[in-house]
Design a protein around this ligand. Structure first.
Ligand SMILES: [Mg+2]
Length: 221
């Protein structure tokens, strides 16, 4: 359980933390390779062999999260493709209750995501998550991904937060490490980002499976 008495601001990741990562996993691993193969007249295996090194080269960089980059690189309209599978966009069980409890207790809830503004817009349109948050920040507004330690310094000019009274909840271990290196004191890792994939654990961070496990007690409880 987080040390709620010493936490004022909660920085929340979106994909894999508040939302089921299954949408993104399906999009990048299934739909995109299929459509890339179709557009190039390739069989699926050949398309995947071509895509794998491109994915690896850009993983963890701002390009990886930039839909404009992928549209140019692959010659596809990624947002149009994402529209085809919006039925897979889902808020994780307990996430809205978690946000509601935090806000009832006066904690500031800030969404901090690597998602590209066009992807973020699509997710917000389908989930209305914005109604449950105090502020929303995309890494693309800062020009740095969360994996970069400088991101957390730059973030302070977009929303004032105090690292030692802030909690980051994220499923991205690289982002959690850079936040820790910057000095964010409270860190929590989501260990089941994708409802259709096995849970992961590690000794490096405190983990949770379900929001119930980290829910701050209501004042009346
Ligand atoms: Mg994530």
């Amino acid at each position: 359980m987080p040390d709620w008495n010493h936490i004022e601001t909660v920085l929340l990741d979106m994909d894999g933390t508040l939302l089921d990562l299954h949408f993104d996993s399906h999009f990048w691993r299934v739909l995109l390779p299929q459509r890339y193969a179709l557009s190039r007249g390739l069989d699926l295996d050949t398309a995947k062999q071509l895509l794998d090194p491109i994915f690896k080269k850009h993983e963890g960089t701002l390009n990886w999260y930039c839909l404009d980059f992928w549209d140019r690189e692959l010659g596809l309209d990624t947002v149009e493709l994402k529209q085809e599978v919006t039925h897979l966009i889902a808020i994780k069980d307990g996430a809205l209750e978690f946000l509601a409890r935090l806000r009832r207790q006066g904690k500031r809830c800030i969404l901090v995501t690597n998602a590209h503004p066009r992807s973020l817009g699509l997710k917000l349109e389908h989930t209305r998550l914005d109604q449950h948050l105090d502020q929303i920040i995309s890494a693309h507004d800062l020009g740095l991904p969360k994996e970069d330690v400088s991101f957390w310094r730059e973030l302070q000019s977009h929303c004032s937060y105090t690292p030692h009274t802030s909690l980051l909840v994220d499923d991205n271990l690289h982002a959690l490490r850079s936040a820790r290196d910057f000095g964010i004191r409270h860190l929590l890792a989501a260990c089941k980002p994708d409802s259709q994939a096995p849970a992961r654990t590690s000794d490096e961070f405190s983990w949770f499976h379900e929001f119930d496990e980290i829910m701050p007690p209501d004042q009346n409880d």
